[in-house]
Design a protein around this ligand. Structure first.
Ligand SMILES: [Zn+2]
Length: 288
C-alpha cells in the first residue's frame, strides 16, 4: 500500500515555526484563562511547542510553564508544578524566554515584578527543601542582565516597586541585602532613591525601609553620605531618628534593636506569621 504522503507532511508541519506559534499561543491563553491543571499539563506535554531561534520546536519545560503561571497568577498550576518538579520548576528556561546569555533565572524577579506573593511564598518553600545551598543563593541573589533588569537582584526590584510582602519573603529566606546592582547600589540605596524621587506610596515605601533595616545589622550603603549631608530633607522624608541612625550618628531605636533580635531568632517559616503590629502598614522606624 502506498504511503499517505499527505499525512506525513501534515505531521511534519505539526512542529513547523508557524504551528509552534499557534500551539504556544493556545497554551499561553489556556494558562491565562486559568484552565484546570490536568488540562494544562495535558496540553503542555502533548500538544504545545515553542520555536527556538536555532530552528527547532521545543516542548514547554516545567520551568517555562511556571513562568506562564506566574504571569497569569495561576496559583493552583504553580503549586502543582513546584510540588511535582520541585527546584526543577525553577531551572533556567530556554533562550526564547530570556533576554540574553547574561540573564539570571527569571522566576523570582517575575514574581516580584508582578507582585505574585502567594506563588513567591510557594517558591521560597520549595527552595527551603533544596539541599544545594549554592544553587539556592544563586536563585535568590543573582543579578539580572544589564538590559532587562539593570543588573538588579529581586531585592532591588522589590525596593524599586515598593513590594513589602515580597521583600520580607526574600529577606526571610536568605536574600542578601548587601548585593549591589551594576550601578553599585544596594537595595537600600534604591529604596531611598525611590523615597526621594516621589511621594507616591510613601507609607508602603516606609514599610519596605523598616523590613530592610531589620536584616541589615551593618548599614553598608552608598546613600549614607547623602543622608548625612542633607539631614533636613531626609528628616522630612523618613523622620529625624531614622536619619540619625541610618547615617551612623546614633544607635537604632530600642524597637528596631528588639525586632532585629526577634527576626534573627524566628525560623524562616514563621516570619510570615509575625504579630499584626509588624505587618504592613504598621512598621515603625522610630519609637513613639
Ligand atoms: Zn540582556
Amino acid at each position: 500500500m502506498p504511503l499517505d504522503v499527505g499525512m506525513y507532511e501534515r505531521r511534519a508541519d505539526y512542529k513547523s515555526e508557524k504551528q509552534c506559534q499557534r500551539t504556544s499561543l493556545a497554551y499561553y491563553r489556556a494558562v491565562r484563562d486559568l484552565l484546570p491543571v490536568w488540562l494544562l499539563e495535558d496540553i503542555r506535554t502533548t500538544e504545545a511547542f515553542h520555536w527556538e531561534d536555532e530552528g527547532r520546536a521545543c516542548a514547554f519545560s516545567p520551568s517555562e510553564a511556571l513562568l506562564y503561571a506566574l504571569v497569569h497568577d495561576h496559583q493552583q498550576y504553580a503549586r502543582h508544578l513546584l510540588q511535582r518538579f520541585a527546584v526543577h520548576a525553577l531551572a533556567m528556561p530556554s533562550a526564547s524566554f530570556r533576554c540574553c546569555a547574561h540573564s539570571s533565572t527569571p522566576h523570582v524577579a517575575v514574581a516580584v515584578r508582578y507582585n505574585r506573593k502567594n506563588i513567591l511564598k510557594m517558591m521560597m518553600d520549595t527552595l527551603k527543601d533544596c539541599a544545594d545551598e549554592g544553587a539556592k543563593k544563586l536563585l535568590l541573589n543573582h543579578r539580572g542582565c544589564a538590559h532587562a533588569e539593570g543588573g538588579k537582584t529581586a531585592l532591588h526590584l522589590a525596593c524599586d516597586l515598593a513590594r513589602p510582602e515580597c521583600l520580607l519573603l526574600l529577606l526571610g529566606h536568605g536574600a542578601c541585602p548587601y548585593v549591589t546592582d551594576r550601578a553599585g547600589d544596594t537595595p537600600l540605596d534604591c529604596l531611598l532613591q525611590q523615597i526621594s524621587q516621589s511621594a507616591t506610596d510613601m507609607r508602603t515605601k516606609r514599610v519596605c525601609l523598616g523590613y530592610l533595616v531589620l536584616f541589615m545589622p551593618a548599614l553598608r550603603f552608598r546613600m549614607r553620605t547623602e543622608l548625612r549631608e542633607n539631614p533636613a530633607l531626609w528628616s522630612r522624608l523618613i523622620g529625624v531618628q531614622a536619619v540619625q541612625w541610618l547615617s551612623g550618628q546614633c544607635p537604632p531605636s530600642l524597637f528596631v534593636q528588639c525586632m532585629r533580635n526577634v527576626t534573627r531568632s524566628v525560623p524562616d517559616e514563621q516570619l510570615e506569621s509575625l504579630p499584626d503590629f509588624l505587618r504592613p502598614p504598621d512598621f515603625r522606624l522610630h519609637q513613639s
